[in-house]
Design a binder for this molecule. Structure first.
Ligand SMILES: Cc1cc2nc3c(=O)[nH]c(=O)nc-3n(C[C@H](O)[C@H](O)[C@H](O)COP(=O)(O)OP(=O)(O)OC[C@H]3O[C@@H](n4cnc5c(N)ncnc54)[C@H](O)[C@@H]3O)c2cc1C
Length: 592
């Protein structure tokens, strides 16, 4: 018999037991911050309407869908060249678990259509993007691979609705926004060619006019959701200018009106590190029939709309991976006993948990701040449009990078078995590495933030104005802390301007983008804390604001022995479950 150990609360501990994982956890109920943020952004009636659905998705994502995701990740799609009668009809075979994930995302919850079609889940209107991404966030905690088809189907429908002719809309919009699985036509977005993913202006796919349509010739090198029924792609009409100016936007159906396959071939599927459940292929266009969408000379600009909404979605999905990793790490730390203590009671274990939690909470706040800016921009606010312009690449840059580290750290928290594919941590880490590659690599989105959003559009002024307004609006937050945040906001904005002002500073674009992200999240966390405290008396998000400042916006002397008293007290509050009032939190936030 081994000796029974006791934790600080006197509960018996059993050394040597492997920690459980998150199986059976309801990811909505386990995440009060999500409900808090929804209550901030959504009107009361809408919140009351979505909450039971979020609760159900949270339960499915922590159980049945998670098991489906595990299976779909192991049993990857297979490309077939012929049907069983020997006809040259290409098709992709998916494991039933992937089909079940599709049924939940598209059929039951209709995540792809929420912001476009009315009456999804019984709500008479379209949902704001904030509400839609609450569903994205929960679903992707179970399954990240299908997150791409959901988002791209949504993006295709949006592009079509915004720029397509009435004829194209009549033909394709209903299928893209269907929740009836028999009528649904999923979307794809094929831009990347061998010549360039980042440098899209080099693409060589040609479009030749033929009657009321176009014929496409060329090759697309990375095509996720490879068998999508409706694809938005970029190609250069014959005789058009070089570079991105000469690129047109086209809609390419998988099937022609007579039911035959359009003239393009999936040459092979990619053998990927992550998102293995979802089929990404290489595609040869052999005279494929396609239709021009919007103005031909505005193809790239129009596609940029879809790219930007995908960048936001990527930020949310990377946040979902972090939250899942965070849940896993907390479950391990609270249950695994090492050297006679639970990991959560050991100083380095707590420090590791706080690092995981901080990046996750920052990303959560920034995701919904950005989604809200999109909702307000779509409602006509010019200020929100400028804010969105800078927040989108900033979120995409930092959250996708943080997800790599957070998922790696959570894997390590589980020890050796975290590295074993039976546990979700290995899959999370593999998936996390994709977020910062597609829809613009880290360098590309940092350059977008600095050179275009700041350098060309001056969008940092909108960010500064927004953050100052949030601080002015948070009078319950101690004045000293608000002053500190005002100063840091101004420094981050000035630094971004200085970097954007000179080409020689280009190598600092990533650092400047990170500083904008950290300053914005520190303010946003304080602003949220004031609101949550006013509603239910808990100001703990303000402690995260302090941690952002201490660990992301301050350069310390690496040789100085840290004074850990304040950090330990903050960790105790954040790792505990007790609500903490603003007075107590305020003292801690200002403590030296
Ligand atoms: C699993 C997966 C699925 C994908 N699905 C799709 C899809 O469905 N549709 C689609 O269109 N694409 C898709 N992509 C492609 C993806 O968007 C591109 O791979 C990505 O944009 C990078 O392009 P690239 O591979 O050509 O790399 P490159 O553009 O050649 O980049 C190589 C490196 O150069 C760096 N770089 C480029 N320009 C600069 C610069 N100016 N300054 C500094 N560094 C720079 C990049 O940051 C990168 O590190 C997918 C990719 C993956 C991995």
């Amino acid at each position: 018999m081994h000796q029974l150990l006791k934790d600080k609360a006197g509960k018996a501990l059993e050394p040597g037991l492997l920690a459980p994982d998150t199986s059976g956890m309801n990811f909505y109920r386990a995440d009060p911050a999500l409900a808090d943020l929804m209550r901030i952004y959504l009107p009361e009636a809408l919140f009351r309407h979505v909450e039971p659905h979020l609760d159900r998705l949270g339960q499915l994502a922590g159980g049945h869908l998670d098991e489906c995701a595990r299976l779909a990740d192991r049993h990857t799609p297979i490309l077939h060249q012929r049907d069983r009668f020997g006809r040259d009809v290409q098709w992709i075979e998916y494991h039933p678990a992937y089909r079940e994930l599709e049924r939940a995302a598209f059929g039951e919850f209709g995540i792809h259509a929420m912001s476009i079609r009315e009456r999804i889940l019984g709500w008479p209107h379209r949902y704001p993007v904030v509400a839609k991404h609450a569903f994205t966030f929960l679903f992707n905690q179970a399954e990240f691979g299908l997150g791409c088809p959901i988002n791209v189907t949504d993006g295709c429908a949006k592009l079509l609705a915004n720029f397509g002719s009435e004829e194209l809309k009549t033909k394709y919009l209903d299928g893209l926004t269907q929740t009836d699985m028999g009528k649904l036509t999923q979307g794809g977005q094929f831009m990347t060619e061998k010549e360039g993913g980042s440098d899209v202006g080099t693409l060589t796919t040609r479009a030749l006019p033929e009657g009321d349509h176009w014929r496409l010739h060329g090759e697309k090198w990375f095509c996720s959701n490879a068998d999508a029924k409706v694809v938005m792609l970029l190609a250069r009409p014959e005789g058009a200018a070089p570079g991105t100016r000469g690129v047109g936007l086209f809609l390419m159906p998988r099937f022609l009106d007579d039911g035959s396959q359009n003239h393009y071939r999936i040459v092979r599927l990619k053998d990927k590190l992550g998102t293995r459940s979802m089929a990404s292929g290489e595609i040869k266009l052999e005279g494929a029939i396609a239709y021009a969408v919007g103005r031909l000379d505005r193809g790239f600009v129009q596609m940029a709309e879809m790219v930007n909404s995908s960048r936001l979605s990527n930020g949310v999905k990377s946040t979902a991976l972090m939250r899942r990793a965070h849940h896993d790490a907390m479950t391990v730390a609270a249950n695994r006993v090492v050297f006679g203590s639970r990991i959560i009671d050991l100083p380095l274990g707590r420090r590791q948990l706080m690092k995981i939690a901080l990046a996750t909470e920052q990303a959560l706040s920034m995701s919904f701040m950005t989604a809200d800016a999109l909702d307000r921009a779509e409602a006509g606010s010019q200020d929100a449009a400028a804010l969105l312009r800078i927040l989108t690449p900033t979120l995409k840059f930092r959250a996708t990078r943080d997800a790599r580290k957070v998922c790696g750290d959570a894997l390590e928290m589980r020890g050796g078995i975290g590295y074993i594919e039976e546990f979700a941590t290995a899959r999370l880490l593999r998936d996390a590495h994709l977020g910062s590659i597609w829809e613009g690599t880290g360098n590309i989105v940092a350059l977008d933030a600095l050179k275009r959003a700041v350098g060309r559009h001056g969008a940092e002024s909108a960010l500064a104005a927004d953050l100052h307004a949030r601080l002015d609006d948070s009078i319950d937050v101690p004045a000293g802390w608000r002053d500190r945040l005002r100063g840091l906001t101004d420094r981050a904005v000035s630094f971004a301007r200085a970097v954007a002002a000179r080409n020689e500073n280009e190598a600092e674009a990533r650092r400047a983008t990170s500083l904008l992200y950290h300053a914005a999240s520190a303010v946003q966390l304080a602003w949220e804390a004031a609101r949550i405290h006013a509603r239910r008396g808990d100001a703990r998000r303000l402690l995260l604001s302090r941690l952002v400042v201490d660990h992301r916006l301050s350069a310390g002397d690496p040789f100085r022995l840290a004074e850990n008293r304040v950090q330990d007290a903050i960790a105790s509050h954040l790792l505990g479950e007790r609500d903490v009032a603003m007075a107590e939190v305020g003292e801690l936030v200002l403590a030296a």
